[in-house]
Design a protein around this ligand. Structure first.
Ligand SMILES: CC(C)(COP(=O)(O)OP(=O)(O)OC[C@H]1O[C@@H](n2cnc3c(N)ncnc32)[C@H](O)[C@@H]1OP(=O)(O)O)[C@@H](O)C(=O)NCCC(=O)NCCS
Length: 331
């Protein structure tokens, strides 16, 4: 078994890496939302200025049997590295996951990072090894979210008549950008993160343009926002993504600004987005902090049900963390 770095300029290698990841993750998680090949291709071939990413693979007899992504934030959270490790079911419990992890640790340390974070998601009905593995490498739980899905159509949720719904797809129209940026930044500051010590990204117009352009290459990006009729002020928005050609989408941010809360705008905005989807999109994923009672009620009211628990785990890279220093060719 060899640990090597993926050559992101090689299309066949990118496909093999992505296929191994999806097969490994889906083995214990029938409800997993995995990145599409198209979205992976964008991330792998067009580097972001805000994250340095690399991809490790465990190779046995020319076959990719395990994967690890390493993400190094460059604009904020520069003391952290993020990773996801996955091994094909037929190759587990032979030290491959640990070898990938060790290679991640060496690279994170080389990049001056003091912590590694990652998500472990557990199906409610299928026992998965993710939590045991994370515990074995010294990770502790910092935050927890429920992963929910809803089959479309969902229950109707009417918009408070004092508001009108403004929708767009892809790039936010110029006339709404200032209000949209203010709401996006409020969301980044408000989103619950439990014990995680993470710095919220601050979006300015340049960063929003960059993010919109990258996302639109892989996703149909949809926004529904609520504008108060009396003064034209925006009270909230809901953002969702549908991978090109997919029959599912996922719910990203939903925010109602503090002075507009209590009018069920969150549910109305989500429902407005779902009602506008093409007919072939029949499933929506979302994630919610189980302690966020308002959003949990909104989601279950719309017909979402919990299918998985997502644990955000973290390892401190103390000097005495035991890893094999010789792992992984830097290809
Ligand atoms: C988690 C995963 C990467 C482990 O890969 P692996 O190659 O089997 O891991 P290793 O053989 O190197 O195991 C390392 C240690 O993890 C722990 N571990 C791994 N699987 C375990 C299981 N099923 N039960 C209990 N402990 C387990 C053990 O302590 C193990 O040491 P041991 O084999 O000497 O007992 C793999 O099961 C997987 O891909 N799962 C789906 C994706 C996922 O959950 N990834 C983790 C989130 S980043």
């Amino acid at each position: 078994m060899q640990i090597t770095e993926l050559d992101p300029t090689d299309p066949a290698a990118r496909r093999a890496w992505h296929e191994a990841l999806v097969t490994a993750v889906r083995a214990d998680r029938p409800h997993a939302l995995t990145t599409t090949l198209e979205a992976f291709e964008v991330v792998a071939t067009a580097p972001s200025q805000h994250f340095a990413r690399s991809w490790l693979q465990a190779v046995v007899d020319g076959e990719v049997v395990g994967t690890a992504e390493l993400e190094l934030p460059l604009s904020e959270n520069t003391e952290v590295a993020w990773t996801e490790v996955a091994v094909l079911p037929g190759h587990r419990r032979r030290g491959i996951g640990r070898a990938l992890w060790d290679a991640v640790v060496v690279r994170a340390r080389d990049a001056g990072r003091s912590r590694i974070g990652g998500e472990v998601t557990l199906d409610l009905d299928v026992a998965g090894p993710g939590q045991d593995f994370a515990g074995a490498v010294g990770a502790v739980e910092m935050h927890r979210e429920d992963h929910l899905v809803a089959h479309l159509p969902v229950a109707a949720a009417l918009v408070d008549p004092a508001y009108e719904v403004v929708r767009w797809r892809g790039r936010c129209p110029d006339e709404h950008r200032t209000a949209y940026l203010a709401m996006r930044n409020q969301m980044n500051a408000d989103v619950p993160t439990g014990d995680l010590d993470v710095e919220a990204a601050v979006l300015d117009d340049t960063r929003l343009v960059d993010s919109e352009e990258r996302l639109m290459r892989s996703y149909d990006v949809r926004v529904a926002a609520a504008r108060r009729r009396t003064d034209g002020l925006f009270g909230g928005y809901s953002l969702m993504f549908v991978p090109h050609g997919a029959d599912y989408g996922w719910q990203d941010d939903t925010l109602v600004m503090p002075e507009h809360r209590g009018r069920r705008l969150g549910a109305a905005l989500k429902a407005a987005n779902y009602a506008d989807l093409p007919e072939h999109v029949t499933l929506v994923h979302t994630w919610t902090d189980p302690d966020n009672a308002a959003m949990h009620r909104t989601n279950t009211g719309l017909g979402f049900r919990v299918v998985e628990r997502m644990l955000e785990m973290e390892v401190a890279l103390d000097a005495d963390l035991d890893v094999d220093p010789d792992v992984g060719a830097r290809a």
